[in-house]
Ligand binder design. Structure first.
Ligand SMILES: NC(=O)c1ccc[n+]([C@@H]2O[C@H](COP(=O)([O-])OP(=O)(O)OC[C@H]3O[C@@H](n4cnc5c(N)ncnc54)[C@H](OP(=O)(O)O)[C@@H]3O)[C@@H](O)[C@H]2O)c1
Length: 318
């Protein structure tokens, strides 16, 4: 069953549940996307940095060829990596990413992080990751304003039907609203009960910017990357989350995802497992406002996806 949609500020509709593609291994990416489309997924959240855009595109192409879905029914997101922030690099790299996917347009193209790294030519390394050609973490010179204006060209040229930002804080968004000719349609942020970010959510909702939550399961996808993830109780084992799951006859993942969608956010859980794919999109139940508030009260301002947590000394959230 397809997920309900969220109306963006340009009139486009974005599914409220999609599949995250980070860490989806290349050898299973195409089959996982194909299976997800069969199960009703229409939104796919990719990025240059995930290194699997070619294989993801193959899954989409097979599903379209087999008549499971049309291109127009899909909502495909990709992201501009940090080393392509120089304004003259933005349109060309977006076109390369479209070619990798085998698409004419993205439904949404986001600035992945508000930080510019020095350019690495795709012929040297692709995706480049956080390192320059010599293996160092070297900042670039592009301001986020100059990069955003290049994103507006992506939009105006029809390479993306919507554009947006990711990992921006409130100050950056307030600044962006002062210079944007095209208001961003979407902000994508880390968001789970340990990192609720209510003032940021309020700011975006007041300004008509839709929010997509990533890492909805909190520590789960960071267990292999960092020690800190292991030092807080897993959300799947938290008594409050377990209690709600039991009350509604759902699993803990569904409770965490539904908490976010009831707050008006879209979610993009990643799973390579057919059963978890099925349950993650099956969010047809409502918790009470009191229960939503109880889940929100687990907030600890605890962020997992900060570069210093995985050995990169660029403290963008400090
Ligand atoms: N903009 C950004 O900077 C940014 C950063 C991080 C993520 N993202 C996007 O957000 C997506 C989701 O975030 P994420 O990948 O960090 O993590 P996530 O979706 O919160 O968690 C994924 C992990 O949880 C497991 N899982 C999935 N469904 C489950 C369920 N129902 N019960 C138990 N375990 C479950 C997955 O394993 P299995 O695969 O084995 O099920 C995987 O290990 C990413 O894939 C990416 O598209 C964006």
């Amino acid at each position: 069953m397809a997920a309900p949609t969220i109306k963006l500020n340009n009139g486009k509709e974005m599914p409220s549940v999609g599949l995250g593609l980070w860490k989806l291994d290349n050898d299973i990416a195409a089959d996982t996307i194909y299976e997800a489309i069969k199960q009703g997924y229409r939104l796919f959240d990719g990025a240059c940095d995930y290194g699997n855009e070619v294989e993801c595109g193959q899954g989409v192409a097979r599903a379209i060829k087999d008549g499971l879905v049309t291109r127009e029914e899909l909502f495909i997101t990709s992201k501009l990596w940090n080393s392509f922030h120089d304004p003259e690099r933005v349109v060309p790299i977006c076109k390369k990413q479209l070619q990798d996917w085998g698409l004419d347009y993205f439904d949404l193209y986001l600035i992945h992080f508000p930080i510019s790294l020095v350019y690495v030519d795709p012929s040297v390394r692709y995706p480049p990751g956080w390192e320059d050609a010599d293996g160092n973490h070297t900042l670039g010179k592009a301001s986020v304003e100059s990069t955003y204006h290049a994103m507006e060209q992506v939009y105006e040229q029809g390479l993306a039907k919507s554009i947006g930002i990711s990992n921006y804080n409130a100050a950056l968004i307030i600044d962006l609203l002062a210079y944007a000719k095209i208001k961003p349609q979407v902000l994508q942020i880390e968001h789970h009960p340990y990192l609720v970010q209510q003032p940021l959510v309020d700011l975006c909702q007041k300004n008509g910017i839709a929010i997509t939550a990533y890492s909805s399961f909190g520590p789960q996808s960071f267990l292999e990357l960092m020690d800190k993830a292991g030092k807080v109780p897993l959300l799947f084992e938290h008594p409050l989350i377990k209690g709600l799951a039991a009350k509604y006859g759902k699993n803990e993942g569904q409770v965490l995802l539904r908490w976010a969608t009831q707050r008006g956010l879209a979610v993009i859980p990643k799973s390579k497992n057919a059963g978890r794919l099925r349950s993650n999109i099956d969010l047809n139940f409502d918790m009470t406002p009191e229960e939503l508030a109880q889940v929100s009260s687990l907030d600890q301002g605890l962020r997992f996806n900060a570069p210093p947590n995985y050995g990169i000394d660029i403290p963008i959230f400090a």
